[in-house]
Design a protein. Structure first.
Lengths: 595, 138
């Protein structure tokens, strides 16, 4: 027989260390003593987030969320909640702490995320069109085709305030209107699914989990601007997303939701898939168009913008996957509804791929205006291993770092730009005290140098020069003049590069120099890497008065460069040491030092 | 499959919506939903899927439907599985390998108890539960 209630006790590391285990014990004991052991089961769970307010306890099925619970509270939770069926108000998560509660009215319990784009991801079978339809799929297309004129669709998008989610944040309705007004015997719709930032997988997950939402939006776009053909440009390295798109296209055609005379409306539209070879520059719209046309993926100067002169010289709307996935919801719930979510200038939600030194890495969707602190500590469960937060990188290789003092800044397009970063497509990489800024900058530059198409000199030569300077600094050979030069080249690249790749490639360095210049100077003046990452600047040694001779470091050393007799001082042979840090992490007596 | 007219589409939506809300199709009352995006599959979701199918067959649980879905967003706890059944709250289990999958069948579906150390929080409540439902005023 089933239990009436289930009491979930967070067993995440943070809650565990703050008495999660004792709470579990007490709850079990109280259930027994109050003779209700058969009514509730106490279960230990994975991390729930909200670690700063831990230990947390959740009671099902009513989803009551208790925070800062102490073992002594077990008696009251059982007596009140389980026996009498009313929550312990004192321990409830204070809704006023979450600004989001005030923004959207129809929520009555705590909530970390809002899902518009990911509304179907993780709910429906992406290979079954019927399940998409059951969740109001193709109802927006229906409304557009039969109840709205193209101008009504644009007006709804204008009211919504939706801006491009590929990174630049251009208002979507304007793009559509430019294409609608542009003359052309043929027009095209392109879905940009060339997701290239290291560590970003928002678009892949959306296409894998809910391919029809993108197909529906593209068809609506076709109806609005007067296009009959659409293309999805996706990299070949996303085989599952491609397969699910192919299945979705086939099913939509079979139902007559793509093809000629859709639902008897006289409007015809069809979509083809175009595979890219995975070049980062092909995410830039003019390079992407060149690639679809069968030419080498290189950008050309704008204007003319693709909305006026795009694919094969015809007016072309190019939207990112996430932008498109928002559109069916906007048409169904209305632009005004959408416009109530988010901040003054940035409406709706944003999907982030939360990765790096974070406990709960994952794909998240939060309203614009959510702070980094909420994302990292409430949703992400904090920094792995209890280390200190150092910075978060948004916008991948085109973005910048946000240091700890801005954890409480609401995230939107404008605020991120002010901080010297960009919204980007949604990669969010969390760094802790062990990450070296110079090293991270060098990693990103290596990526952009690799991916530069080589057409314009600022990007081709500037990127390489910056990379060389960064390498020099990480090796301990940097000078003050190098920093000056990094800034100069960086500015030149921002101003003079042909496309977004080069214009933004220096962003990580520029923002690191703004917030972490001391770390650069430590590399240059003191020849030290404070994070212990740059191997040329780090030496490991053992403190004689702390070493007890346990031999653990010697056993862990992969190159056997630590010697010493049992219970006697061990010594590292610096000449052989590869500076992997295994001994440093292994030592339980803080005898191994890094300097 | 024939092309749909507007009416067909609306009828199909109503039927499917009712089916999904009842969470019951062809006598299936229990649904096991397995996150099978690239990330889930890379973490072993296919083995999990097979283990569920095998354990369910072994126990002759004809009422259980196994379904795949996309990424649930809990990347740190892949493979992830949601179990929906009458009289039990909907639960998301994480780090479900073949062994845990079998335990879920025996302890959760048959035994109606939750399993320690594998429950993860639902990533969200859906912001748009029913899009075509009457719009809220204001």
């Amino acid at each position: 027989m089933a239990f009436k209630n289930y009491i979930l006790v967070c067993g995440g590391t943070a809650c565990e260390s703050s008495k999660g285990g004792a709470i579990h014990e007490q709850l079990v004991k109280e259930l027994r003593e109050q003779n209700v052991a058969h009514e509730a089961q106490v279960v230990k769970t994975g991390c729930f987030g909200f670690c700063e307010r831990g230990p947390v306890v959740k009671v099902l099925p009513d989803e009551t969320f208790y925070v800062n619970v102490a073992p002594e509270d077990a008696r009251e939770i059982v007596a009140e909640h389980i026996v009498k069926g009313r929550p312990v108000t004192r321990l409830l998560y204070d809704k006023s702490q979450s600004r989001r509660q005030t923004r959207v009215d129809d929520l009555d319990f705590y909530q970390k995320q809002f899902r518009i784009v990911l509304r179907n991801c993780g709910f429906i079978n992406p290979e079954a069109i019927d399940e998409y339809i059951a969740r109001d799929g193709y109802a927006a297309l229906e409304r557009a085709l039969f109840q709205m004129k193209p101008d009504d669709v644009i007006e709804e998008l204008r009211k919504s305030g939706l801006r491009g989610r590929g990174g630049a944040g251009f208002p979507t309705w304007k793009k559509w209107e430019f294409s609608k007004l542009a003359r052309g015997d043929e027009k095209y719709i392109i879905c940009n699914a060339d997701e290239g930032d290291p560590g970003a997988y928002m678009d892949r997950s959306t296409l894998e989990g809910d391919p029809h939402s993108v197909l529906e939006a593209m068809t609506i776009a076709g109806y609005t601007v007067g296009a009959t053909r659409g293309f999805i440009y996706i990299r070949a390295e996303y085989p599952l997303a491609i397969r699910r798109l192919e299945i979705a296209l086939e099913q939509a055609r079979a139902y007559g939701l793509l093809g000629t005379d859709i639902l008897g409306s006289k409007f015809s539209f069809d979509i083809e898939i175009r595979l890219g070879a995975g070049a980062f520059v092909c995410g830039e719209e003019t390079a992407l168009i060149a690639s679809i046309e069968g030419r080498r993926g290189m950008p050309i100067p704008r204007p003319p913008f693709p909305a006026v002169r795009g694919l094969w010289g015809k007016p072309t709307v190019i939207n990112n996957v996430e932008t498109l996935a928002n559109i069916p919801v906007i048409l169904l719930k209305g632009g005004e509804w959408f416009g109530r979510i988010g901040t003054e200038t940035s409406k709706g939600t944003k999907v982030f791929a939360l990765t790096g030194k974070i406990n709960n890495s994952g794909l998240i969707e939060v309203p614009m205006g959510t702070t980094l602190r909420e994302i990292i500590f409430d949703i992400g469960g904090g920094i792995r291993g209890g280390k200190a937060f150092k910075a978060a990188q948004t916008g991948g290789p085109s973005g910048g770092v946000i240091p700890a003092q801005f954890l409480d800044t609401p995230i939107d397009y404008e605020n991120l730009a002010k901080l010297g970063s960009i919204m980007g497509s949604g990669g969010l990489i969390v760094m802790d005290e062990d990450d070296c800024m110079v090293d991270v900058n060098r990693f990103y530059l290596e990526f952009t140098v690799d991916e530069s198409c080589g057409k314009c000199a600022p990007c081709r030569i500037g990127g390489r020069s910056m990379y060389n300077l960064l390498t020099k600094i990480t090796q301990g050979n940097g000078t003050d003049a190098d920093v000056v030069q990094l800034r100069e080249i960086g500015h030149a690249m921002q101003k003079a590069s042909l496309c977004g790749l080069g214009q933004t490639a220096s962003n990580p360095v520029m923002s690191a120099l703004r917030y972490f210049d001391q770390e650069y100077l430590a590399h240059i003046h003191d020849k030290k890497c404070p994070a212990g990452k740059c191997k040329d600047l780090v030496t490991y040694y053992i403190l004689p008065d702390k070493c007890i001779g346990c031999g653990l470091c010697a056993r862990r050393c992969p190159v056997s460069c630590i010697a010493g007799e049992k219970r006697k001082l061990h010594v590292i042979d610096a000449a052989k040491c590869i500076k992997c840090g295994e001994c440093y992490n292994a030592c339980k007596f803080e005898a191994v030092q890094r300097g | 499959m024939a092309k749909l007219t507007l009416d067909d589409l609306r009828k199909l939506r109503d039927t499917k919506k009712r089916e999904m809300n009842q969470r019951e199709t062809d006598g299936k009352t229990v649904t096991v939903i397995i996150g099978m995006g690239t990330c889930g599959i890379a973490a072993g979701a296919k083995e999990t899927f097979d283990a569920f199918a095998d354990e369910i067959a072994k126990n002759r649980l004809g009422q259980v439907l196994i379904k795949q879905t996309g990424c649930m967003g809990l990347c740190y706890s892949e493979p992830t599985v949601e179990v929906l059944m009458p009289d039990m709250p909907g639960i998301i289990y994480g780090k479900v390998d073949a062994e845990v999958a079998r335990r879920i069948v025996r302890q959760h579906i048959i035994g109606r108890t939750l399993i320690d150390d594998h429950i993860f929080d639902k990533p969200h409540a859906d912001l748009v539960p029913s899009l075509t439902a009457s719009k809220k005023a204001g």
